[in-house]
Design a protein around this ligand. Structure first.
Ligand code: PLP
Length: 263
């Protein structure tokens, strides 16, 4: 059967609460009318407040899922989220290493907002040595960038750019530093590409806290890259998409508080 729309391969963990992880990734791909094939790396039992349990999938099973995905569809982009363990990181890197011309968006998921560990220490190291060199784009938030570099989180724009440069020197072709965890009126992300010139992507900071925004952003970028959009455009479209989702959430919270009907 001819393939009518591009497909993204999502390699990620299942979030039973539906707020983040693979479940959020699939919603984002549906929003952009992009097809999905998946490789589940871990199954988590969690609520919006806490992670109760995590079971990492055997690395051979992750490798087989990726293999079957490539046999099922033409893959136009890959999004990597939670990986759980060093063995899974290596299995993913082994399968993707030879891949040519398919953009890979790597969201370095280390911790849940509740503080639970989503990637073990061998995994953190393997992520840097095995997956950074394969990544077209790395999308850390401020705490993740700091943890990956063993440094304190960037406190200002200058430090943000310096950390992006240091991360890029470790292998990924481009780095998008997500400023959502910072302070100030705007949420500013910094995209550092091969030209080494920072591009600033801004959105008004919203007083809304929502889970899964990092997952949604990285997947929306993969969706845009699958459609053939250039990286900067892909990142700004994805940022606008996440901003709109948060605005919608804010409006629903407000209408509930004011007793007005949901939209
Ligand atoms: N669970 C899974 C499976 C995830 O992939 C992620 C983030 O990528 C999280 C939980 C954490 O989401 P949050 O930080 O929004 O709680």
């Amino acid at each position: 059967m001819p393939e009518l729309r591009p497909t993204v391969l999502v390699i990620a963990g299942s979030d039973s609460s539906g707020g983040a992880g693979l479940q959020r990734d699939l919603l984002a791909l549906a929003d952009f009318n992009i097809g999905a094939v998946t490789a589940i790396t871990a199954v988590t039992a969690q609520s919006d407040q806490r992670v109760q349990a995590v079971l990492a999938m055997p690395p051979e099973l992750v490798r087989d899922q990726i293999e079957m995905a490539f046999q099922t569809r033409t893959i136009s982009a890959v999004k990597i989220g939670m990986l759980g363990t060093g063995d899974v990181v290596e299995a993913v890197a082994d399968r993707l290493r030879g891949l040519k011309g398919v953009p890979v968006v790597l969201d370095p998921v280390l911790l849940a907002s509740s503080g639970a560990t989503l990637l073990d220490e061998p995994g953190r190291k393997a992520l840097i040595t095995e997956l950074f060199p394969i990544a077209t784009l790395l999308t850390p938030n401020l705490p993740e960038a700091a943890a990956l570099l063993n440094e304190a989180p960037a406190g200002n724009d200058r430090d943000l750019v310096l950390q992006a440069k240091r991360l890029r020197a470790l292998g990924p072709r481009a780095v998008l530093m997500k400023g959502g965890h910072g302070t100030g009126d705007a949420s500013v992300d910094v995209l550092l590409t091969e030209e080494d010139q920072p591009h600033y992507l801004r959105a008004p900071r919203l007083a809304v806290s929502m889970r899964g925004t990092g997952c949604a952003l990285a997947t929306a970028i993969a969706a845009q890259l699958a459609l053939g959009r250039p990286l900067l455009e892909a990142c700004s479209t994805a940022k606008a998409y996440v901003h709109q989702s948060m605005l919608g959430r804010g409006r629903r919270e407000q209408s509930r508080a004011g007793g007005q009907p949901d939209d």
